[in-house]
Design a protein around this ligand. Sequence first.
Ligand code: SIN
Ligand code: FE2
Length: 218
Amino acid sequence: MLDLFAGEHPWQEPLAPGAVVLRRLALAPADQLLHGIAQVVNQSPLRHMVTPGGYTMSVAMTNCGKLGWTTDQRGYLYSPVDPLTQQPWPPMPAAFSALCQQASEAAGYPDFRPDACLINRYVPGAKLSLHQDKDEPDLRAPIVSVSLGLPAVFQFGGLKRSDPLQRLMLEHGDVVVWGGESRLFYHGIAPLKGGHHPATGECRYNLTFRQAGNSEQK
Ligand code: SIN
Ligand code: FE2
């Protein structure tokens, strides 16, 4: 029987050259991903990092995988050790790697092998100003970004900060992949609006997968 209301299936929306939105791709594994976040956070807690300019970020962050992105008064860097615990970052949960592999294949980057996953938590009012992801040595590798929980407005521009921005709502289960021509495009998250999501409560999580080491190091 034809069931028109059988639930959402993932679909794709082109965003820019080399960039695509994979709508709802992370919906099926969402509970496993949230379980993975809880495990990581248990070992390497979420924390508000301070930028080199002395600004305390409104987004709370932690990492898993071989390398983790951190910032402090000295600068931005990828480190194998969590500066808070002085221990290696927790391993990447299997559900993270599986979803990332599925997403990068669907987006046309089948060889992507992330060695770092940044976990961002946004509460209402938290935002991420327009920036480029440019701390990674090998820019041939794309960025895979997964949204869970409350919806957020994602801004996606161009190579210059002043380039016009596309604004799109990212919802629970959406995945954005950008690489190739758009790998260094400016992007950000507008201040999160309050609300309640059945899976995450009062917040939004974002997982950002990167290749942060050189491929020959792996
Ligand atoms: C990021 O740019 O690192 C995160 C983007 C997002 O939260 O969707
Ligand atoms: Fe980013």
